[in-house]
Write a protein that binds this ligand. Structure first.
Ligand SMILES: Nc1ncnc2c1ncn2[C@@H]1O[C@H](COP(=O)(O)OP(=O)(O)OP(=O)(O)O)[C@@H](O)[C@H]1O
Ligand SMILES: [Mg+2]
Length: 300
């Protein structure tokens, strides 16, 4: 299967002047296959948004290589990058980022107007169709402040799909809606992935998103790590309690997904390695559950 995203040794260093530098990404290697539904987890500040912005051509790496849909975008001019973003990428942000003075219908039309690919009549028809797809045919003429958070996020998803991008990038898409609305948004994205075949890369702290993802990658301190850090073995007092709980919970989800994937692969593995992997995961799961119980006891 072909890769829709290829990152090779991507480094991003922010230079804040003086001698202050922040290493936001420290050599990321990552391949994402067409049609994947993948989530990225990791503690605050580990570089998730930076990574997403670089994949989406909103930011460029300090060094390394970024290949999107077979095109090397690493050294592209801003003008060419804008073209790539318009043609290949759909963004969904935590705070929706809709244009406040425009209606839902107009917000979804904007990217198509800029792309100049469709006639005016087609643009309107497509926008209505997309809003119907996200269940908002009754909100076409509402402005963002006349809609709920969940409705605004669904408009944002419709907008992201407007130019039939190969990749949808979402940065904490359920970060600002209640849990029930979050679940609806997650299922909508998953359905779109299954029916339209678009690739979804989702940065999230939300265990429900991680749960339905086929693949979770975990980041720590600017790097992709093969599995979440083992906090239960190496408790570090420098990590805030809340952050620690979040990390334990995401590891729990990571393990659940790994176990599911292992079961799916069962037939292809020899019996011994299957059993060994399963035992390893199970042990880890038990330790983790204990650690979480301790954490929550400590909180009370
Ligand atoms: N424009 C910038 N200038 C300087 N430093 C930055 C800039 N953007 C991000 N950083 C730093 O780079 C690191 C990674 O930031 P990033 O926003 O990618 O983290 P994150 O994993 O998305 O965190 P969160 O979960 O809180 O959103 C952080 O240390 C951050 O302070
Ligand atoms: Mg972020």
């Amino acid at each position: 299967m072909s890769n829709v995203v290829e990152l090779r040794n991507v480094v991003k260093t922010y230079d804040l002047g003086g001698a202050i530098k922040v290493d936001a990404l420290r050599g990321i290697n990552l391949n994402v296959e067409r049609g994947e539904f993948m989530s990225i987890m990791g503690p605050s500040g580990c570089g998730k948004s930076t990574l997403l912005n670089i994949i989406g051509g909103l930011d460029s790496p300090t060094s390394g290589q970024v290949i999107i849909d077979g095109i090397d975008i690493t050294h592209m001019s801003e003008r060419d990058l804008a073209h790539i973003r318009r043609e290949k990428i759909g963004f969904v942000f935590q705070f929706f980022n809709l244009v406040p003075l425009l209606t839902a219908l107009e917000n979804v039309q904007i990217p198509m107007i800029f792309a100049g690919r469709y006639s005016n009549a087609e643009i309107k028809e497509r926008a209505i169709e997309l809003l119907r797809l996200v269940g908002l045919e009754h909100r076409l003429h509402h402005r963002p402040n006349q809609m709920s958070g969940g409705e605004q996020q669904r408009v944002a998803i419709a907008r992201a799909l407007a130019n039939e991008p190969s990749i949808i990038l979402a940065d904490e898409p359920t970060g600002n809606v209640d849990r029930e609305t979050g679940l609806k948004i997650i299922h909508l994205m998953k359905n779109l992935n299954e029916t339209l075949g678009q690739t979804f890369i989702i940065v999230t702290h939300d265990p429900d998103i991680a749960h339905i993802s086929k693949r979770i990658i975990y980041m720590l301190d600017g790097q992709v790590i093969p599995e979440p850090p083992r906090l239960t073995m190496n408790p570090s007092s420098s990590i805030l309690a809340e952050e620690r709980r979040k990390m334990l919970l995401s590891e729990l989800k990571w393990l659940e997904v790994s176990i599911k994937n292992l079961e799916a692969k069962k037939m292809k593995l020899n019996k011994e390695s299957y059993l060994q992997a399963k035992l390893g995961y199970k042990k880890r799961l038990e330790m983790l559950k204990k650690a979480l119980q301790e954490e929550y006891k400590g909180r009370r």
